[in-house]
Structure formats: C-alpha cells, structure tokens
Write a protein that binds this ligand. Structure first.
Ligand SMILES: *[C@@H]1O[C@H](CO)[C@@H](O)[C@H](O)[C@H]1NC(C)=O
Ligand SMILES: *[C@@H]1O[C@H](CO)[C@@H](O)[C@H](O)[C@H]1NC(C)=O
Ligand SMILES: *[C@@H]1O[C@H](CO)[C@@H](O)[C@H](O)[C@H]1NC(C)=O
Length: 284
C-alpha cells in the first residue's frame, strides 16, 4: 500500500514508455518487406518486439532502480521527519515545562519581591523608631545632666548653709554661755542690793524702836548667815547636783544652769518670803 502511494508521483512516466514502444514498432520493419516474405517479415517483427521488450525491460529496471532509490530517500526523509517530529514534541514538552517552571518562578519571584518590599517597609519603620528613641534618650540625658548640675548646686548651697548654721550654732552657744554668766552676775547683784536696801527701807522707820532694833539685829544675823551661804554656794550647788543625779527621773535635769538657780533660790526664797510677809504686815 505504502509502495503504491509512493508510486503515484511516477504515473506520468508510463504513457511515455508505451508511446516510445509504439514508435519503435512503426520504424523498424517496412511494409514492402512484408509482401516479399511473410515469414521473414514475421520473424523480423518478432525480433523487433524482442529488442523492444529488452529495451523496455532495461528502462523498467532503471526506473525501478531510480524508484527504489527515491523510495529509500523518501523513507530516509520520513525517518528524519519522524526524528524531527519527536524532537519537536520533546522541545514542546520542554518548552511547556519551562513555561510552567517560569510561571512558578515568576510567582516565587513576585512573592520574594513582596517580601523584600515588606522588609524594606519594616526596616524604614525600625529606623524611624530608632531615631525617635535616640532623640528621646538624648533628651533624657540632657535633662539628667541639668538635674545633676542643679543637684550639685543645691548640694553646694546646702553645704555652705550647713557651715553657716554650724557657725551660728557656735555663736549662739557662746552667746548663751555669756547670757548665763551675765544672768548669774545679775542675780547676785539684785540679791545683794535687796539685802542692802532692807536696812535703808523707809517703812522700817515707821515701826517702834524695839521692833527696829530687833529687825536690824535679825538682818545683821541674816547677813552673816548669808555670807556663810555665799561662801558655801559652790558646795550647795555640788550638793544639789548630787541629789538630782541620784534620782533617775531628775538626773536629766542636773545641768549647770538649773543647779545654779536652785541653789540661788534656796538662798533667796526664805529672805524674799520674810520680806514679803513683813511688807504685807507693814502695809496693812
Ligand atoms: C529475409 O529477409 C532478409 C532481409 O530483410 C534477408 O536478409 C534474408 O535472407 C531473408 N530470408 C529468407 C529466407 O528469405
Ligand atoms: C534514472 O535516473 C537517471 C539519473 O537520475 C536519469 O538520467 C534517467 O533518465 C532515469 N531513468 C528513467 C527511466 O527515468
Ligand atoms: C533698792 O532701793 C532703791 C531705793 O531705795 C530702789 O530704787 C531699788 O529698786 C531697790 N532695789 C531692790 C533690789 O529692791
């Protein structure tokens, strides 16, 4: 079947073959020879036909040879076409695979681009946040420095004031000591003046002579006693201090000033009381 199909292109060759065959038969044996000898003529024609058949056979063989060669070439081409078709199929499949790969690659690429975009955005945001934090930290540092310098200044002021307070306390202490000393002297002076005034008091002059002499004697006696007391004033202070210190509740009060005033009060109280009593009697 396949051979027949391949023979189709060579069909036009066959009419040419038969026309050449007819031409040969017309030219070789002439009609006058037929009349001369029929046998010879028949043989001649037969011979002629034999020759023609031989020639035709050789042409046919050559044609078949040519045809076979052509068929071989065609088959070879068909084989090459098949090979090329297979190659084309292979290439098409490779191409489609590549296209699929390319699609996947494109998708992956787009995803990566999106990821990179997001990362850029995040990076910008982080940079901004970092900048804000840095400026805040700088502000805090500045404030800290300001506060630290203020604190240092205040500490200096406090130290200076503390020194001044120390000086003032010392001055106050010295003043207190002086005041105490002056008060002691003043108390003694007032007391002595009071005693001296007693004898010169004009109210004594209104009393009777007996009473006056009695009073001046008493006063004299008292002055003597007071001189004794004055001498032993220090001893009295010592005595009071001891008594105060023996009791646990009064021990805290046993300072120098209180002891002095208690001793003075012990001395002046009786005299003052006597004078008050006497004055009230005299006024009435
Ligand atoms: C037949 O004819 C040929 C020439 O065409 C000739 O040579 C030959 O001798 C003839 N034969 C006979 C038997 O006549
Ligand atoms: C066969 O092929 C040759 C060369 O290709 C050519 O010259 C010749 O005429 C062919 N013969 C026939 C019968 O076609
Ligand atoms: C002493 O007497 C004078 C006048 O007689 C009087 O001014 C003075 O206040 C008196 N002093 C005391 C401590 O009583």
């Amino acid at each position: 079947m396949r051979l027949l199909i391949h023979l189709i292109p060579f069909l036009p060759l066959f009419p040419s073959l038969f026309s050449s065959l007819f031409a040969l038969s017309q030219t070789t044996c002439s009609p006058q020879h037929v009349n001369d000898n029929d046998d010879n003529s028949s043989l001649c024609q037969l011979h002629q036909f034999q020759l023609k058949i031989d020639h035709l056979e050789s042409v046919l063989a050559e044609s078949i040879q040519n045809l076979t060669e052509k068929i071989d070439r065609i088959e070879e081409r068909e084989k090459r076409i098949d090979d090329m078709t297979q190659k084309i199929h292979h290439l098409q499949s490779v191409l489609s695979t590549l296209k699929g790969d390319s699609l996947a690659t494109d998708e992956r690429l787009r995803a990566l681009e999106e990821e990179v975009r997001l990362l850029w955005a995040a990076s910008r945001k982080y940079n901004f946040d970092l900048h804000v934090l840095e400026s805040k930290a700088q502000d805090a540092e500045d404030r800290l420095e300001t506060v630290a310098s203020q604190a240092q200044k205040m500490a200096d002021v406090v130290t200076e004031q503390w020194i001044q307070i120390q000086r003032l306390e010392q001055a106050l202490h010295i003043t207190q000591m002086r005041t105490v000393r002056v008060q002691r002297q003043l108390t003694r002076c007032i007391f002595l003046k009071f005693i001296n005034n007693l004898s010169d008091d004009p109210r004594l002059k209104t009393l009777g002579p007996n009473f006056r002499s009695y009073f001046s004697r008493a006063l004299h006696q008292f002055k003597r006693v007071f001189a004794e007391f004055k001498r032993s004033h220090h001893e009295l202070q010592h005595f009071i201090k001891e008594k105060l210190e023996k009791n646990e509740f009064t021990a805290a009060l046993a300072n120098e000033e209180l002891v002095f005033f208690m001793a003075s009060a012990l001395i002046t109280f009786p005299v003052m009381s006597a004078w008050m009593l006497l004055s009230s009697k005299l006024t009435n």
